[in-house]
Design a binder for this molecule. Structure first.
Ligand SMILES: [Zn+2]
Length: 52
């Protein structure tokens, strides 16, 4: 039995370059949606980084 089962293979780190917003997602779609939402709401520049 693997002890790393609870960990996702990949995580997506959404970070705003212009304020303190920072979130971690396990799905690229969720990360992209959060990025778009924040950018739309605030006009901030948001980046998504992939975390292994
Ligand atoms: Zn922001």
């Amino acid at each position: 039995m693997s002890s790393q089962r609870s960990r996702a293979d990949r995580q997506y780190h959404v970070v705003c370059r212009e304020c303190v917003v920072e979130k971690l997602f396990e799905s690229a779609d969720d990360a992209a949606a959060a990025k778009l939402e924040h950018a739309k709401e605030t006009g901030h520049q948001v980046v998504v980084g992939r975390v292994k």
